[in-house]
Design a protein around this ligand. Structure first.
Ligand code: TTP
Ligand code: MG
Ligand code: MG
Length: 381
């Protein structure tokens, strides 16, 4: 664990006799230097406007233009991502393509080419492995790297990051951004700060002031719902969050409350895990039109379950928790889950439980625009 400030412990020592104080201070100084040695060097690399940049690279006529990768504008599909030129119009990932079209009718809509993105992803990972084996990919376009000890013996993590960004460009003609810090939380936030082509460092000394100013939605795991809940408690920035007692945070947010308590103090011991185990496997489908007929919903779910079964079997995975996701016509979304005694991978078995889960929703009473099934509590080979 990286402790940033030993002051409170020194202060506690000062209350005792003078001799005792010295001993405590010495112990702390020793401990601090030990801890200083243990400070990790973590890099988070993330490609800039990934799918859109690949399209602009391969089709020069798209360069400098607002490009939207995803479903066509007249469909019910969504935006996977868009070029920086398109972001100026307010377009962003997960927005319905129809809305993106309204915001920028002259945007160029392009279908995703996953095979090409997967190849680029492999290329950038190869570059990461030139520096360290401690690489934890988070998605096709990003990864954490622990370069505390790196294969090239480079002392400065910033130098490693600089070299990696340069090599990515040389190999793929695409740009990426990197964040350098002493834990995952800060490295990831740093990579997002100066996008595109950014390289941002957050040192232990800079971290407290940086976190104090950080808007609450930038904290790991804080989505729209948590953001609202935090706002209701008067928490808008890191500084507000820091004022909260650990017990208070646990009361309001459960287990994750203690995680918030720690990260706002720059304490994040999560290691870079090169063998991250898959936690869930799922599929979902946005329907071509909103439906309220239960039979139709079951047909869609059946198709999803069959496809899921295929993936589960291919990867030799079974799961004990089945989760049904329903997004209603008004974009409100709910999930219903059940955890079984024994793991399953058969579509028929999955569907048996999905039917009961569907009865626990308002699907039918309310029209539905998306359905999905996810298996978790996985048993992997
Ligand atoms: P991101 O790294 O989140 O976004 P980005 O690379 O497009 O842009 P940025 O410069 O801000 O990093 O996601 C990587 C790719 O993943 C993105 O290009 C497309 C895909 N993606 C989706 O398909 N759906 C989504 O909702 C998001 C967020 C990403
Ligand atoms: Mg990206
Ligand atoms: Mg990303």
């Amino acid at each position: 664990m990286v402790t940033l400030c030993a002051a409170p412990r020194v202060a506690a020592g000062l209350k005792k006799t003078k001799k005792y104080t010295i001993i405590i201070t010495e112990q702390i100084t020793n401990k601090m230097s030990e801890e200083k040695e243990k400070i990790r060097k973590i890099i988070h690399v993330d490609m800039d406007a990934f799918y859109a940049s690949v399209e602009q690279r391969d089709r020069p006529e798209l360069r400098g233009k607002p490009v939207v990768v995803g479903g066509p504008p007249n469909s019910r599909g969504v935006v996977a991502t868009c070029s920086y030129e398109a972001r100026k119009y307010g377009i962003h990932s997960a927005m319905p393509s129809s809305q993106a079209f309204r915001l920028c009718p002259w945007a160029i809509f392009v279908k995703p080419r996953f095979d090409v993105y997967t190849n680029v992803s492999k290329e950038i990972r190869e570059i990461f492995y030139e520096y360290t084996d401690l690489v934890e990919p988070l998605s096709l376009d990003e990864a954490y790297l622990d370069v505390t000890e790196n294969k090239k013996g480079i002392l400065l993590a910033t130098e490693v990051a600089r070299q990696i960004l340069k090599k990515i460009y040389q190999k793929t003609r695409l740009t990426a951004s990197a964040g350098v810090s002493f834990n995952k939380f800060l490295a990831k936030i740093a990579s997002d700060i100066n996008k595109p082509k950014g390289l941002t460092v957050i040192t232990p000394k800079m971290a407290p002031a940086f976190i104090d100013r950080l808007p609450i939605r930038k904290f790991f795991g804080v989505g729209k719902v948590t953001e609202k809940k935090m706002a209701a408690l008067g928490i808008k920035t890191g500084a507000d969050l820091k004022k909260m007692k650990k017990e208070e945070l646990i009361n309001h947010f459960g287990k994750v409350g203690s995680f918030y308590y720690n990260i706002v103090r720059s304490i994040d011991d999560r290691p870079v895990n090169p063998h991250r185990i898959r936690k869930s496997m799922g599929e979902e489908q946005t329907l071509s039109k909103d439906i309220d007929d239960r039979q139709q919903m079951l047909q869609v779910l059946e198709k999803i379950a069959r496809s899921l079964e295929e993936h589960l079997k291919k990867n030799r995975i079974k799961g004990r928790t089945i989760t049904l996701k329903v997004k209603y016509y008004d974009f409100k979304q709910i999930t219903r889950s059940i955890t079984l005694e024994a793991p399953v991978d058969e579509a028929d078995m999955i569907m048996k439980y999905v039917k009961t889960l569907l009865d626990k929703t308002e699907a039918g009473k309310k029209k539905v625009r998306l359905l999905g099934i996810t298996l978790s509590s996985l048993l992997t080979p």
